[in-house]
Design a protein around this ligand. Structure first.
Ligand SMILES: Nc1ncnc2c1ncn2[C@@H]1O[C@H](COP(=O)(O)OP(=O)(O)OP(=O)(O)O)[C@@H](O)[C@H]1O
Ligand SMILES: [Mg+2]
Length: 372
């Protein structure tokens, strides 16, 4: 999959931007605060229908403006088509080939991308929610039905939590009111758990391989899907997971009423990342954490490619600054070379010898091909 053109209007610091890209590597060079990340964010937004930096449209719309648009011309299997998003403070409209898509989230994953960002360290050292988002982001790219299930799950979860929170309102009838929400939670939650568990099983092989390749040292990197349901196995069937989840909810009902929140379900899951058996979250060095998160992203890219047959566009936001030269070279060889990549950097990157790359200079809300 290749982005041929990008047009931005009132998107962050871009009043009006129109660019044509190389189908291979695009290097965006610029000093701090010139709009490098904003450019990648616009591509991420078109892919996920949300930003990786904020949930508020108003943060994205240029200051003083009321609407923003982002459009890309995508080429996939020799077919070209425009994908666009129009943002106002309260609304988001996606269009494919000029036709509006309802609801707009159906356009998620039409443009497939994998973003490597400086915030990726959070994948390793951050809260479990960062690792759950990692999996959900992948799900959105490969499986539209799961994206829909995830959306419904989060609505059911907040309804169920609302009943637990306001239990007194039901004068002893809260258990009964909770019942249909519990059943929905089990139905949706077990599908999410099973999908994620199987995804981690596939992703972890590639992850270990990539880590060893980047770091060239024997450190036995591992990923493991962690669920408070405990006794799950990758071979567990959907029915089995439903049963385990239902039982667990039953067992913890008293505790749920006491703590006024849902204690069982995929919203409590995590991925455990280890090196030589030690939890990387607490013990790995900064460089190791950087390499671990990079390996997770590379594995994500390959997983999307394997599942969809489409090579996602790779967005690399300033990821090289913390890596030593050997690791940089390794990462570049692995990620770049196949498919299209967008790479931002503050300083011109030496040591690169890409084929067919194009360099752009970002300066004060403008991005121009180098040499113009
Ligand atoms: N809604 C907005 N309207 C106008 N400008 C904005 C908006 N949101 C952010 N900006 C500005 O856009 C500028 C560029 O931000 P961006 O994060 O893209 O910089 P960058 O080139 O990636 O810099 P760095 O090298 O520091 O990461 C910043 O000065 C920021 O304040
Ligand atoms: Mg930046």
């Amino acid at each position: 999959m290749v982005i041929k053109e990008l047009k931005l209007r009132n998107f962050r610091n871009y009043t009006n931007l129109e660019l044509e890209f190389s189908p291979k590597t695009n290097i965006i060079i610029g000093r701090n605060a010139q709009g490098k990340t904003n450019l990648l964010e616009s591509i991420y937004f078109l892919s996920h229908l949300k930003s990786h930096k904020t949930n508020k449209n108003s943060h994205i719309i240029s200051r003083g403006e009321t609407a923003a648009t982002a459009e890309v011309l995508i080429s996939n299997n020799h077919q070209d088509g425009w994908l666009s998003v129009l943002l106002t403070e309260k609304q988001k409209t996606a269009k494919i080939g000029g036709r509006a898509i309802h609801p707009s989230k159906k356009a998620k994953g039409v443009l497939k991308c994998t973003l490597f960002s400086p915030d990726d360290l959070q994948l390793v050292k951050g809260e479990p929610s960062s690792r759950r988002s990692y999996l959900d982001e992948i799900a959105e790219m490969v499986d539209p039905s799961l994206a829909y299930i995830l959306g419904r799950y989060s609505r059911v979860l907040s309804q169920r939590n609302a009943v637990l929170k306001k239990q007194e309102k039901y004068r002893g009838g809260a258990v009964k009111v909770l019942q249909p929400w519990t059943e929905e939670l089990v139905k949706l939650g077990s599908q999410i758990t099973r999908w994620r568990m199987l995804a981690v099983e596939e992703i972890k092989e590639e992850f270990s391989r990539e880590y060893l390749r980047i770091s060239k040292e024997e450190s036995h990197p591992q990923l493991e899907y962690i669920s408070p349901l405990g006794s799950l196995k990758p071979t567990s069937t959907l029915k089995e997971i439903e049963e385990i989840m239902r039982e667990s909810l039953e067992r913890r009902r008293g505790e749920e009423f006491h703590r006024r929140t849902t204690l069982v379900g995929p919203h409590r899951d995590d991925i455990k990342i280890t090196l030589l058996g030690w939890e990387a979250r607490y013990q790995a060095s900064q460089g190791e954490q950087r390499s671990l998160s990079l390996s997770m992203r590379i594995a994500q890219k390959h997983f999307i490619q394997k599942k969809t047959g489409v090579s996602p566009v790779v967005l690399l936001d300033d990821v090289f600054s913390e890596l030593d030269l050997a690791r940089r070279k390794n990462v570049m060889e692995t990620i770049i070379g196949e498919g299209q990549a967008f790479l931002t950097t503050v300083e011109p990157l030496r040591l690169i010898d890409f084929e067919g790359y194009r360099t752009f200079i970002a300066r004060g809300g403008k991005v121009e091909p180098e040499g113009t």
